[in-house]
Design a protein around this ligand. Structure first.
Ligand code: NAP
Length: 316
């Protein structure tokens, strides 16, 4: 909603942070981004099994609360199912909350969190921080969009090894990465995007789709198609093409590279997760929240109207 300017190092004293759900993304991205940001001091980790050296470790948020350790903010990296309970308990303590994407398991639970008065709530969309996104948005603001296509194909075994939760109900399946594409799309297109239809491919016995095809429309005029597939072996693709009256815009590598009318643009970013923590610090300093649900609404609509097909059983 409110997107304040992003000064770095906005806090006189570091924000005392607890990281919750120590898995792949917490270790790959959150820990380095927090360590590099002087606005934050990581003081605790909450995870049922994992621990982080050098900070206080707890198995449950309730144990952190009971410890009396002084905390200002939490960043939640658990799977989406169950995240609402943790977020609500943290907000009840007066702690600022940053949510990994997707911001929860249901629209209703995230709306309930956002509606309750309290400290900063930041529903993060890391792909919106990819280096090419601002240039794409600026170009599209000045052009007429005529069509768009998303191809988001990755190998679930490579990027989500052993994450059984992702193919359970509420785990979003291929929409776990696919929602990243939708977060970029809804950021760069100047008008409204809505879903028209979807085909969802559920492996036999699984509660979430492993592939999906979407038909969407922008401003009731431009057709958008999207192909999400978790079974991609070989070259992976995280690409968005937008056709405009000023030539095509292409985003590659999840938005890190951008080409406009055939010319590669010179773009630079500080990195997706460093940008997210910078944004979290500025939201806290300005006493603001940022909880845009547009990408999540498109996914929810795909589950509402999507035709379901069944493919053979899938094992990791
Ligand atoms: P992950 O590797 O499975 O890590 C999640 C951690 O949360 C687990 O290691 C687990 O640690 C804890 N947890 C708590 N309750 C759990 C439950 N009921 N089931 C499974 N784990 C539970 O997953 P991840 O890839 O880090 O993804 C976490 C979130 O980050 C997701 O929302 C995902 O969309 C987002 N994300 C992931 C990536 C990526 O590339 N993987 C990229 C961007 C965003 P304990 O067992 O110690 O509790």
């Amino acid at each position: 909603m409110n997107r304040p300017i992003r000064p770095s190092h906005v806090h006189p004293a570091p924000i005392r942070l607890a990281l919750v759900g120590i898995g792949k993304i917490a270790r790959d991205q959150h820990l380095p981004a927090i360590a590099a940001n002087p606005d934050f001091a990581l003081v605790a980790a909450v995870s049922r099994n994992a621990v982080i050296d050098g900070v206080a470790n707890f198995r449950e948020l309730d144990a952190l609360i009971a410890s009396g350790l002084e905390i200002d903010a939490v960043s939640l990296c658990t799977p989406p199912v169950g995240r609402h309970r943790i977020a609500a308990a943290a907000r009840a303590q007066g702690w600022h909350v940053m949510l990994e994407k997707p911001p929860g398991a249901t629209l209703g639970e995230v709306r309930a969190l956002a509606a309750a008065p309290g400290p900063t709530l930041f529903a993060s969309w890391h792909s919106r921080e990819a280096a090419g996104v601002p240039a794409a948005k600026a170009f599209l603001a000045e052009t007429r969009v005529t069509a768009a296509h998303i191809s988001w194909r990755e190998d679930i075994r490579q990027w989500h090894p052993g994450q059984e939760w992702i193919l359970e109900a509420g785990g979003l399946g291929v929409f776990d990465p696919g929602i990243n594409a939708l977060s970029i799309l809804t950021e760069i297109l100047p008008g409204r995007v809505r879903l028209e239809s979807a085909i969802l491919d559920f492996p036999k016995g699984r509660g979430a789709p492993i592939a999906a095809s979407l038909a969407l429309v922008h401003d009731e005029a431009a057709r958008i198609t999207a192909e999400f597939d978790f079974r991609q072996e070989g070259p992976q693709s995280w690409d968005i093409t937008v056709e405009t009256d000023a030539g095509p815009l292409m985003l590659h590598d999840g938005g890190e590279r951008v080409t406009i009318a055939g010319a590669a643009q010179d773009v630079d970013g500080i990195g997706e997760y460093p940008a997210l923590y910078r944004q979290f610090a500025s939201l806290i300093a300005a006493n603001l929240s940022d909880c845009d649900l547009a990408p999540f609404e498109l996914v929810a609509d795909a589950f509402l109207v999507g035709q379901r097909t069944e493919s053979p059983p899938f094992t990791f």
